[in-house]
Design a protein around this ligand. Sequence first.
Ligand SMILES: [Cu+2]
Length: 266
Amino acid sequence: MAASAAVGTVLALSGCAADADNQGQRFGLPEGVTEEAPLIGDLWVGSWVAAFAVGVLVWGLILWAVVAYRKRNDELPKQTRFNIPIEFLYTVTPLIVIGVLFYFTVQHQDDILDESEDPDLTVHVIGQQWSWAFNYTDEDVYDIGTTTDIPTLYLPVNQTVRFELDSPDVIHSFWVPQFYMKMDVIPGRTNSFQVTPNEEGTYAGKCAELCGAYHARMLFNVEVVSEQEYAAHMQELRQEGQTGQIDVPLRGSYANVPEGEGGSQE
Ligand SMILES: [Cu+2]
């Protein structure tokens, strides 16, 4: 009963999304578009399958106890205080469950955060109240977004990109849901990770850490494009004079507070 209700809820929730194809099978995850996405996808689906297996066992035992030991007469059943084997089981089983989840989480985390291979390109990402700046460090060009002019991050398909994340003010979080990856952007500390987008398309990105009044406006787009289109976009940025490496913190030209709503939020 509860199991089918839970599965029904997952299916109903996933049915609302535009890219609902097979989303139920992914337990609500959107379609992954990087080489590394299956690492997190498998961990997510595997955890749900394990949770349902434990759930079915527990619900089964509850039902069995309800039926097998229901009240049959007014005679008081045998009273017991404790049962060592059962209490041992109660203690050891959760430790095994947690141990298995912990093992697979650490194993996948190590693979996801692996940066031993050299990336094909590096993008220096600056998250700042309340928008993003993308510095294509190898190309020596950059793009700076504002709350009203949402920036677009261009990435060439099938190339490994290394994101270096910096913040000059408060903690933000760099999140592209379809990359199955997000990472905190912390002032005074450069975080980094690598992904290889393997499907061309337009994807949404956002800040996933409540960072102030206009947190909800910290949106960006990701365009995963062919190598030619990527080169053309780099050329565009160059022609617009957006060349060089940007400093953190960004100063001056960066109007990050929506017009007429002045005042910073710190
Ligand atoms: Cu933010």
